[in-house]
Design a protein around this ligand. Structure first.
Ligand code: FNR
Length: 188
């Protein structure tokens, strides 16, 4: 039997009632058989500063915890809002902390990206802003289907559950492709 593909999910929003965190929870619940998921928080990370970035054992504890969580993962699921047509600062900060060193747990990793907005564009510009980041880290994004959840407040019920069937199907499809991509890369 093949071991499960381990996924770590990251939300780009720290807001208690975040649409994107709800979307991330929905995605974790839609993982196909053979995938397991955990969510790695980013709200406790200090601002990136190379003076306090150091090899293992010397990094700030929240940074090391975050990097260790990513290192346990075979693949990532990033779910984020768009801030000012780009990647939210807190999320970019987390990526920066995880990106340094030959032991960076982001290098070469498969990743699925999605996002939700109250508006009409569904985070398309944030997702475009991620492309060069993925390129620099040689990450392996799932290119299609894109998950752009526009007018998101209408797509969750009062309990925060994703109720839009089309979105649920697209997420399930994207995660299945992430699984296939991850297994292909693992067995290479
Ligand atoms: C936004 N919002 C936003 N929306 C958008 O479609 N394009 C954008 O560039 C921005 N920029 C932006 C900047 C900042 C600083 C904030 C706080 C908000 C609106 C944003 O999509 C909306 O607040 C989402 O609900 C945020 O996601 P969460 O927190 O619900 O996950």
């Amino acid at each position: 039997m093949t071991a499960a593909v381990r996924v770590v999910g990251i939300s780009g929003s720290l807001r208690q009632d975040s649409l994107n965190t709800k979307l991330l929870r929905a995605a974790m619940a839609l993982l196909p058989d053979g995938m397991t998921g955990e969510i790695a928080p980013i709200g406790d990370l200090p601002l990136y500063n190379a003076d306090i970035d150091a090899p293992r054992s010397e990094r700030p504890a929240p940074v090391q915890r975050f990097r260790d969580a990513l290192a346990r993962a075979d693949a990532l699921v990033i779910v984020s809002p768009e801030y000012n047509y780009s990647i939210p600062g807190g999320l970019k900060n987390a990526i920066d902390w995880a990106s340094r060193g030959e032991d960076s747990p982001l290098l070469n990793k498969p990743v699925a990206l999605m996002g939700a907005t109250a508006g009409m564009w569904g985070t398309v510009r944030m997702q475009q802003a991620f492309r060069p980041v993925f390129q620099y880290l040689n990450m392996q994004p799932v290119n299609k289907p894109e998950i752009l959840v526009a007018q998101a407040p209408q797509k969750f019920d009062a309990g925060g559950r994703l109720i839009d069937e089309m979105t649920r199907q697209l997420i399930a499809q994207q995660l299945q492709i992430l699984k296939v991509l991850t297994l292909r890369l693992k067995n290479r």
